[in-house]
Write a protein that binds this ligand. Structure first.
Ligand SMILES: [Mg+2]
Length: 158
């Protein structure tokens, strides 16, 4: 009698710094609800996705058949990339980071849409780091700044 076959080898995953996650929203991140509007975002999901985004150096995407605006509204500031139904109008997200020391950054950002032949800031979308922001926020902004820097240098220099 032949010995039992060894279990199939599990695929080796890349180190998390070289990985990217593309996560389905409805039925994966969120439980299916009777109607799309009735979904419930678990209380710790947003913080978990933000922490995951930082560990992945921003390589996190959410995939959905919903309009992008709905995904952004349900999972705010979690995934730098969202694949969903096209928004009614294109939006551009501009952010600027200033790192003054390791783990200590400030940021400015705004979201813009075409209006009267220019890109106008969407009312209320602008953000500036408050001067009295807690240390955790400075560290989170430093992580995002580092992630952004890595992304553009890899894009530019390979
Ligand atoms: Mg799904």
């Amino acid at each position: 009698m032949a010995p039992p076959a060894p279990p199939p080898a599990r695929p080796k995953l890349p180190p998390i710094a070289r990985a990217a996650l593309l996560l389905d929203m409805d039925g994966t991140l969120l439980d299916i609800a009777p109607t799309p509007e009735a979904v419930v975002v678990p209380p710790d999901l947003i913080a978990s996705l933000r922490a995951l985004r930082a560990r992945l150096d921003g390589a996190l995407a959410v995939i959905s058949g919903r309009p992008v605006e709905q995904v952004e509204a349900l999972l705010p500031d979690t995934a730098p990339a969202i694949a969903g139904a096209a928004p009614a109008m294109p939006k551009l997200d501009g952010a600027c980071y200033n790192t003054v020391a390791p783990g200590y950054s400030f940021s400015l950002s705004g979201i813009y849409q075409p209006k009267d032949d220019i890109f106008a800031e969407i009312e209320g979308s602008g953000f500036t780091s408050p001067l009295d922001a807690p240390r955790e926020m400075r560290m989170r902004e430093a992580e995002q700044a580092q992630s952004w820097y890595k992304a553009i240098t890899v894009e530019t220099f390979g």
